[in-house]
Design a protein around this ligand. Structure first.
Ligand SMILES: [Fe+2]
Ligand SMILES: [Fe+2]
Length: 167
């Protein structure tokens, strides 16, 4: 089957959906499980979001019409809200608390909203803007990008950035 970046990104959204569903079912006593699931969520989310920001969104923006540009701005603003506000609040909560449960619920809802929006609007537009060949090439590029940008270093970079912003 031909590779398609839009299918890969959608499949990664589905992985995240599954992890958030598991997290939602944990109790305040499941401290280790919660920390574990949060780690898995970040390992899945951060490379996905970084590559979208560095490669996919700019490529999309270059070809987008007016509606596409609005969609692009919207998606990027949502990424920033997660990085600058939603995730730092999650990290400021102890996993064995209702605060953590509440904040990760919002985190999951935010990601669901964003993923749905990408799938129903942005990816739909991208299917028209990029040929099957281009989508296959983007998929290969993403694979290679992941190999040269290991999850651990991406997360470390994000944490360093968050720490430098902390009051
Ligand atoms: Fe995104
Ligand atoms: Fe995405």
């Amino acid at each position: 089957m031909a590779q398609d970046i839009l299918k890969t990104l959608k499949a990664e959204h589905d992985v995240l959906r599954g992890l958030f569903a598991d997290l939602k079912e944990t109790t305040d006593r499941a401290v280790k499980k919660r920390a574990d699931l949060l780690g898995k969520i970040e390992s899945a989310l951060i490379p996905h979001a970084k590559w979208e920001e560095e490669v996919f969104y700019p490529a999309f923006k270059e070809r987008a019409d007016r509606d596409g540009l609005q969609t692009h701005a919207e998606a990027l603003a949502e990424h920033h809200a997660v990085e600058n506000s939603v995730l730092p609040e999650v990290h400021a909560a102890a996993p064995g608390t209702p605060v953590f449960a509440g904040r990760t619920k919002v985190f999951g809802e935010f990601i669901e909203h964003h993923a749905k929006e990408e799938e129903t609007t942005m990816f739909k537009m991208a299917r028209e803007l990029f040929s099957p060949d281009e989508r296959a090439r983007l998929d290969e590029d993403y694979e290679m990008w992941k190999q040269s940008n290991p999850v651990g270093s991406l997360i470390a970079a994000q944490k360093a950035k968050a720490a430098s912003r902390a009051p």
